[in-house]
Design a protein around this ligand. Sequence first.
Ligand SMILES: Cc1ncc(COP(=O)(O)O)c(C=O)c1O
Length: 368
Amino acid sequence: MTGIDDLPVRDELRGKSPYGAPQLDVPVRLNTNENPYPLPEPLVERIAERVREAARDLNRYPDRDAVELRTKLAEYLTKTGRHEVGPENVWAANGSNEIIQQLLQTFGGPGRTAIGFEPSYSMHALIARGTGTGWIAGPRNEDFTIGLAAAEQAIAENRPDVVFITTPNNPTGNAVPAETVLALYEAAQAAKPSMVIVDEAYIEFSHGDSLLPLIEGRPNLVVSRTMSKAFGAAGLRLGYLAAHPAVVDAVQLVRLPYHLSAITQATALAALEHTDTLLKYVEQLKSERDRLVAELRAIGYDVTASDANFVQFGRFADAQEAWRKILDRGVLVRDNGVPGWLRVSAGTPEENDAFLDAVRELKKEQSA
Ligand SMILES: Cc1ncc(COP(=O)(O)O)c(C=O)c1O
């Protein structure tokens, strides 16, 4: 039977696997850092209304520059990010994965490299591969913080074109202090200069503030965001960036014309009208996240401090086996391949209770 490797695919794609968290049909799914709360009914109604309006114009291409949406995203950022931005600072795409892809198409590519400090979000490396950008796995400390000296050295030695800093980091959950980001930005400018992408997919769940103000006076620094997590709209596929207007101009060189459908723009605009309601769930999830951290520690697990809507816990002699045993109890968590550790997303209080029961039993079984 013909397989991928029988086709004339690019050499660097041969033998590789696609990204994919298992999508299993189990009672409690806490494996993809989604928001567990469905959109509130008045918002569902508003989406239907705005989509109906947009449908009347579907014979036309959508607003290629998504100006209304970028204006509303800029208002949201200004309101929550302690820094004023306008639509000229903001660009939107189909999920922050597409934002990252456009950034790598623009600033990475064949003959260029990107660095990330691992373990971190695995799609950074996969999108690098897809765009022909060389990938450098930078170091982290044992406790999953970024060690400044080692990270600066990796940047100085490799002189990457793109530097990824994920804060709060996925899958470990910890945030990166602003001073570290600033020091790495300076190191990256001294080495190349290169673009620094601060991936803030989970920032709304953080105990600390967004690093948005750092874009001021730093044209090579980009903050990447998403509506998939805090806005509870993973199915919408809407990501965005904030940066110097020159960055927004630069990604125009690679974006597909009309990449953001009229339906997506209408739906995102409806969701942004309901920002205050949606962000109320964030507070609830933050307190559930803190409860998971406290209870996991009380049960006897090691837990990485979390500023995200998920928690990394361990340590297991065999994380894969532990993952399977938790699954046998009806709860799906994530094995990100970090030896000894698993990750659980904060769900509803009931889902979190089910998870805590499962890992309590597992602890008993493993210490018996
Ligand atoms: C750190 C990080 N960045 C970006 C994304 C991508 O999000 P989306 O493409 O849904 O906006 C994720 C999703 O899990 C993530 O964990």
